[in-house]
Ligand binder design. Structure first.
Ligand code: ZN
Length: 544
């Protein structure tokens, strides 16, 4: 089977778009960087070049184009990677040779099934009564596309000539005793993509049917080119517009995208009036979910998980993921009172006929503060607490953004007191050293550093090593001074974070010196230009 319009797809593909769907990337000095998905690292050495349409990791040396990225990242073969990329661009592939099913046929098939399941649920009074007790009336069932899968016989009869499609999507399975469905008799939740097309179903157990021993609570549609469990977010279709909704003055409200545990939480929260919420589907909220939200411009988060031990564990883990990518200002929403999950609140308020006041249900905490307090509470000995705070200090130190550092320090002061903070500040302060030597030595010793330096600085920024640097980047040769520096053991090679910061201060020092000269010469155009450039160095966004 070959793809007829592959070249057309290739012309549409932008590697930055593709990789951004899976890896949080930041535009840094005009090139895109992020944490490498192929090896474990704390500082980003994974670069994506829009110009070359290639990615390269300076840590593990993985490299390639958009298609080979998907192949490596998802362990796909080439054709599967092409399908996935076509999916990102909503591009209809044309195949020659073997007959294949166009995407719209799947959408239509799912839409028909969904209507059938919904109709079927309306005939099941006991289930309807049960759902009504949990706060979902018939309108809700319709709005949120909740249905009931019939038994195997009726399902197969309904599917009729579409059996091939049903087998491909895993809705039907060929077993030893013939064809059957794992979804039979379960409550169905339609899974929709951001353009409101159904890409699969998640089906849940209920108490009004005898299921076989030890059944899974939820069964999801099989992974396909339409549905990727690892990056699917339930309710994103509704949540997106709620998140970006403007207030009466046309200003975008400072909304949070609330990440909840399950479908029922998501529906309950929406019903209570907060629609900007999403739930991962059969998997924990992960980096790919984060990347796909960031890609859509959603970067303000709150976590609201169950108030039990598992929920707390998931909260702390998700906090770490958010912090790793610099989102310290996220929030954790804890349920007030004795409520265990959001669904329970809806159930209770329905029973009592009360209206829910959102502000009264949640205790909102800054995520970083919540995280530090919760982890400290878990540590039993002073030694363990100390170890944790030291590790935390190390993480904060590695962040390049001073505002974030300050923000985190303020919170730590609140929790641990001033004394600890002072100790912290001393160790955060940069040590004085010969920046020029350290920077040049790092460039000489580290390919990644060389790559960054080539993009960011030029030889004029150096004083002592101006001609040595020039010779090195232009013809790749080390002169005597460069050789001496390379052998000088008293100068150490900088780590990526320090190198980045040095380079910036290096650039700023140069620009400031130029600015002074321009002021003396009263060259106002140049003054303005240099001031802008200095500002730009500070503006550079950092991930960590
Ligand atoms: Zn790597």
């Amino acid at each position: 089977m070959s793809i007829k319009n592959l070249d057309e797809l290739k012309t549409r593909v932008n590697i930055v778009d593709v990789i951004k769907s899976f890896v949080p990337l930041k535009n840094q000095h005009g090139s895109y960087k992020g944490l490498c998905p192929f090896h474990s690292e704390k500082t980003p050495s994974f670069c994506v070049s829009e110009q070359k349409q290639l990615f390269h990791c300076f840590g593990c040396k993985e490299s390639g184009d958009a298609f080979s990225f998907i192949q490596k990242f998802k362990h796909y073969d080439f054709n599967e990677a092409v399908r996935e990329i076509a999916d990102i661009y909503n591009f209809e592939l044309e195949f020659s040779g073997e007959k294949s099913t166009p995407k719209k046929d799947y959408f239509e098939f799912y839409a028909r099934l969904n209507a059938f399941f919904k109709e079927n649920l309306l005939r099941h009074d006991k289930l309807l009564a049960y759902l009504a007790r949990r706060g979902l009336d018939k309108n809700d069932l319709d709005y949120y596309d909740i249905g009931l899968v019939p038994d195997n016989y009726k399902l197969i009869e309904f599917i009729g000539n579409d059996a091939e499609l049903a087998l491909q999507t895993g809705l039907l399975i060929k077993g030893q005793n013939g064809i059957y469905s794992q979804f039979a008799k379960r409550l169905s939740f339609a899974l929709k993509n951001t353009i409101f097309k159904i890409v699969g179903f998640s089906c849940r157990l209920h108490d009004f049917e005898n299921f076989k021993a030890n059944p899974a609570k939820y069964i999801n549609s099989r992974e396909s080119f339409l549905f990727h469990k690892s990056n699917f977010l339930y309710n994103l279709n509704f949540a997106k517009s709620a998140y970006f909704k403007k207030d009466e003055n046309g200003e975008q409200k400072a909304q949070k995208m609330v990440i909840v545990e399950g479908f029922m939480d998501s529906i309950a929260l929406s019903k209570m009036g907060y629609k900007a919420n999403v739930a991962a589907c059969g998997t924990a909220f992960n980096q790919v979910h984060l990347a796909s939200l960031l890609k859509q411009g959603i970067d303000n988060f709150a976590l609201c998980f169950d108030k039990d031990e598992a929920g707390l564990k998931a909260t702390l883990k998700t906090c770490e993921l958010l912090f790793k990518h610099g989102f310290f200002e996220s929030e954790v929403w804890r349920l007030a009172g004795s409520f265990k999950d959001i669904g329970e609140i809806l159930e209770t308020s329905t029973k009592n006929g009360q209206n829910v006041v959102l502000d009264e249900i949640f205790e909102k905490h800054n995520a970083f503060e919540f995280y530090v307090r919760a982890v400290l509470a878990q540590k039993t000995s002073a030694r363990e607490k100390d170890k944790f705070l030291n590790a935390l200090l190390k993480s904060i130190k590695s962040k390049n953004n001073y505002f974030l550092k300050d923000f985190c320090l303020e919170i730590l002061e609140k929790i641990t007191g001033k004394e600890f903070l002072n100790a912290l500040k001393v160790s955060v302060k940069k040590v004085d050293f010969d920046a020029e030597k350290a920077v040049f030595k790092t460039i000489l010793s580290d390919k990644n550093a060389e790559f960054i330096a080539r993009e960011l600085i030029n030889s004029a920024y150096f004083s002592e090593y101006e001609s040595s640097y020039k010779r090195f980047v232009e013809i790749g040769e080390l002169d005597e001074k460069a050789n001496e520096l390379k052998l000088d053991e008293s100068i150490s090679v900088l780590n990526a974070v320090d190198f980045d910061e040095c380079l910036k201060s290096f650039k700023k020092a140069f620009l400031r010196a130029e600015l002074e000269k321009a002021k003396v010469a009263r060259n106002f155009t140049l003054i303005c230009d240099l001031q802008k450039q200095i500002q730009k160095v500070d503006e550079v966004a950092e991930i960590f």
